[in-house]
Design a protein. Structure first.
Length: 388
């Protein structure tokens, strides 16, 4: 009796251990398989965001190049240049600012209120020739501002008429801004579109801004200044902050060389542009030109699956990041994994029944030997033969 109980306990234990190993192995395999599926999705999201950024800036470059050679813009730039050379630049700039802005505090982003002003009639005439179409273009295409800048750094025209209007980018108070920097670069590289990194721009109330510029060439072949676009961050934020198909913790974002975000964090109620520092392993790899995917800690100190690559913007590189929390991957894998308890219970019961069934039956060879033994000893069982 004890031997039989010991046998069944041992068999049950061996079966349990085997099934536990099977369950662990299957769970581990399923988690790895699902993680690979998520990794492929995160890599795809990274490439999609990068592709959208490339398309956006390529479109902006094409539009800037169109306006750079537009006959009306070139003609207006030549006349603005003549006007600035004919009159005292400082006095003219002061007069123009007073005529358009006066002492009024015009809200940022109101597209140049008023559209025109009395004062210098020569400037007013030139302004009226280009302002309606420039204002319409900026509004319809989603840019923040358009600038016409003279070869000596004088800002002849802007749509918005902010604090930089009619100032000088060589000698004025905005000479150290990134608008002044790309103006100088555009003058040195007249055949190229130059683009700045995203930085806070004081004349726009400190809002983050990107500038794109190209030199304007006169009909005689001389460089007569620069045309520039001020790009808003809204389009970039819309590209990077789209969360469709990213579950609860998935996000994509950009990081600049200064390790500050160029887009908003999904997990912050306030803007993180140029505010949130990201000095993670994968962000640093991306900024050094590498690409890949791996588990690491993100800027929140949370372990994530991080896909990283780089996006080059003229002289600037950004890290393009796509991440999802590791905990959510595990939770989703556990939730979507087929239930094993019923299957394992069935296998366990079937295995025990099989052991019981075959334990109580002789093997085929064993049955033959027993039958032969019975035949050979049949006389012994029947008793002695007394018939004579």
């Amino acid at each position: 009796m004890k031997s039989s109980l010991r046998f069944w306990l041992g068999s049950s234990l061996v079966l349990c251990l085997g099934l536990v190993l099977i369950a662990w192995g299957y769970s581990h395999w399923y988690l790895n398989t699902y993680t690979q599926v998520v990794a492929d999705r995160i890599l795809l999201l990274n490439e999609l965001r990068k592709g959208a950024l490339e398309q956006y800036f390529a479109t902006a470059e094409a539009e800037l190049s169109f306006w750079n050679t537009n006959a009306n813009i070139v003609a207006a730039q030549e006349k603005f240049t003549e006007l600035w050379h004919r009159e005292d630049p400082l006095a003219l700039a002061k007069q123009i600012r007073q005529s358009f802005l006066g002492d009024r505090n015009i809200p940022t982003g109101q597209h140049s209120i008023p559209d025109d002003a009395e004062g210098n009639s020569s400037y007013s005439t030139l302004h009226g020739q280009i302002h309606p179409i420039a204002k319409l273009f900026v509004s319809e295409r989603g840019y923040y501002d358009m600038f016409l800048i003279g070869s000596e750094g004088d800002i002849y025209y802007t749509v918005e008429k902010e604090a930089d209007f009619a100032s000088n980018l060589k000698t004025g108070q905005w000479r150290n801004t990134h608008l002044a920097s790309i103006y100088r670069r555009a003058m040195l590289k007249p055949d190229s579109v130059v683009i700045s990194d995203m930085q806070a721009y004081a004349p726009s109330a400190g809002a983050p801004a990107i500038f794109m510029a190209k030199a304007i060439i006169a009909s005689a072949g001389d460089i007569i200044g620069v045309i520039a676009f001020q790009l808003p961050t809204a389009r970039i934020l819309n590209i990077m902050n789209y969360t469709g198909g990213m579950r609860e913790t998935g996000e994509t974002y950009l990081v600049g060389q200064d390790r500050l975000m160029r887009s908003d964090s999904r997990f912050s109620d306030t803007s993180t542009v140029l505010q949130q520092r990201v000095d993670t392993t994968t962000a640093n790899k991306a900024l050094s030109g590498q690409h890949g995917i791996e588990f690491t800690q993100d800027y929140r100190g949370v372990e994530v699956l991080s896909a990283y690559s780089s996006f080059t913007l003229d002289k600037t590189s950004w890290a393009v990041m796509a991440e999802i929390d590791r905990e959510e991957i595990s939770a989703i894998a556990a939730g979507e994994r087929p239930a094993l308890s019923g299957i394992l219970a069935f296998i366990f019961g079937l295995s025990l029944w099989s052991i019981w069934y075959w334990q109580g039956r002789p093997l085929a060879g064993e049955s033959t030997e027993l039958a032969r033994f019975d035949l050979e000893n049949s006389d012994f069982h029947d008793g002695p033969n007394l018939s004579g």
